[in-house]
Ligand binder design. Structure first.
Ligand code: APR
Ligand code: PHB
Length: 390
């Protein structure tokens, strides 16, 4: 089999890039380890920067997002003295975010690929990248007892944190930067009316909590839990009681609880791999970087990678201009690290750290007090939350 760009990974990054390149007449083959149903069964965050939303529209996949997604112009920060609203719209000069579940977004991308007869191959095994530093790289994968070979011009590693692509870069070339946080997020999805029309990020002495949503009938809640906790430790009732303890009384009083339709614990980590290019291999999305979900930057960091890579590949084929490809890693990492900074800052601001000494605690109290008292500090939060420019 031959193609121009072989994309590893059928998550949002790989699918969006495949769709965008297809619309520019560039041929791709996308290899996904699992079935479409399995991929769509993952519960992921749901806050989209305006830059990501623009890319979805350019990919002709924005129609349901624009119809069903909710425009959010602010977030709340709850704390021991009450709750303050950060006016994202005002502080960002009129911008906003769209709340639309990543699962739905991934579904829209799969449906677009199928509608346009995109080559998406599921349940591939033993994907292996070959001759990445040559002018003729190729990818092999196993299908049953057959080894299939795909010759291509470029390989895009959009296969997430546990994928094969990053691991295909030699250890003496790859540099990895990581911070693991001493807690996780226990998340619950429930078919209940959300407690608030906008997201509530709660800082509490018992630990962080977040009130989010997928729609007006589907709520998403999180509480910070110790790393050693497991989902089995948390009954629905125990979760709801703990969430209420961490919210302002009036919010807790109107919280509508219900059975969890999904409940899971996710660890929090900050991670960046450099460079994001090795020969004819380009990394994008979670394959190259991970953020703690506090700043809702996960999918949005992937968006700028896809934006840069899309334009670089088009310039290569349409204009024989390789400056985008040659500059990709440096340009993508510049924005990736700004998303890392913001996600780290939100995480440090809002969570309870077991190892914090009293001075650290006072510093955290002061960071929040400064944010809530300074329009400029809120402008900084807003420009990062709605998304820095690509
Ligand atoms: N071969 C083929 N596919 C693979 C392999 C492999 N060896 N390893 C992993 N994959 C697939 C996974 O099954 C997954 O569907 O690659 C895909 C990677 O998708 P994501 O992990 O969703 O990463 P990405 O597309 O970059 O999206 C980033 O999704 O995971 C969230 O928090 C993340 O919001 C962020 C966004
Ligand atoms: C979510 O809705 O899952 C969500 C929203 C905002 C975050 C993290 C998760 O910062």
């Amino acid at each position: 089999m031959k193609t121009q760009v072989c994309i590893i990974g059928g998550g949002p990054s790989g699918l969006l890039l495949s769709q965008l390149l297809h619309l520019k007449g560039i041929d791709t083959v996308l290899l996904e380890k699992y079935s479409r149903e399995y991929v769509l069964g993952r519960i992921r965050a749901g806050v989209l920067e305006h830059g990501f939303a623009k890319l979805m529209r350019e990919a002709q996949c924005g129609e349901r997002m624009d119809r069903e997604g909710e425009i959010h112009e602010g977030i709340y920060i709850a704390h021991d003295k009450g709750m303050d609203r950060i006016d994202l719209h005002k502080h960002s000069g009129g911008s906003s975010v769209i709340v639309y579940g990543q699962t739905e977004l991934t579904r829209d991308l799969y449906e677009a690929r199928a509608r346009m007869n995109g080559k998406v191959i599921h349940n591939v095994e033993d994907v292996t990248l070959h001759d990445l530093t040559s002018a003729a790289p190729y990818v092999t994968y196993r299908e049953g007892d057959q080894i299939i070979r795909i010759d291509c011009d470029y390989v895009v590693g959009a296969d997430g944190f546990h994928g094969v692509s990053r691991k295909s870069i030699p250890k003496d070339v790859l540099r990895e930067y990581e911070r693991v946080y001493p807690f996780g997020w226990l998340g619950v999805l429930s078919r209940t009316k959300p407690v608030s029309p906008e997201l509530i990020y709660a800082r509490h002495e018992r630990g962080f909590a977040l009130c989010s949503l997928r729609s007006q009938v589907l709520s998403r809640y999180y509480i910070q839990v110790p790393l050693e906790d497991s989902v089995e430790d948390w009954s629905d009732e125990a979760f709801w009681e703990e969430l209420k303890r961490r919210l302002p009384d009036d919010v807790a009083a109107r919280l509508i609880t219900g059975p969890s339709i999904e409940k899971s614990i996710a660890p929090l980590r900050s991670f960046v791999a450099e460079p994001m290019r090795y020969g004819r291999l380009f990394l994008a999305g979670d394959a190259a970087h991970i953020v703690p979900p506090t700043g809702a930057r996960g999918l949005n960091s992937a968006a700028s990678d896809i934006y840069y890579l899309y334009h670089a590949v088009v310039d290569h084929y349409h204009k024989k201009d390789d400056s985008g490809l040659d500059g990709y890693s440096e340009k993508a990492l510049a924005r990736v690290w700004k998303a890392q900074r913001f996600s780290w800052w939100m995480t440090m601001l809002l969570h309870r750290f077991p190892a914090h000494i009293p001075y650290d605690q006072k510093l955290q109290d002061t960071e929040l007090a400064y944010l809530l008292s300074s329009e400029r500090a809120q402008q900084s939060l807003a420009e990062n939350y709605i998304g820095l420019p690509f």
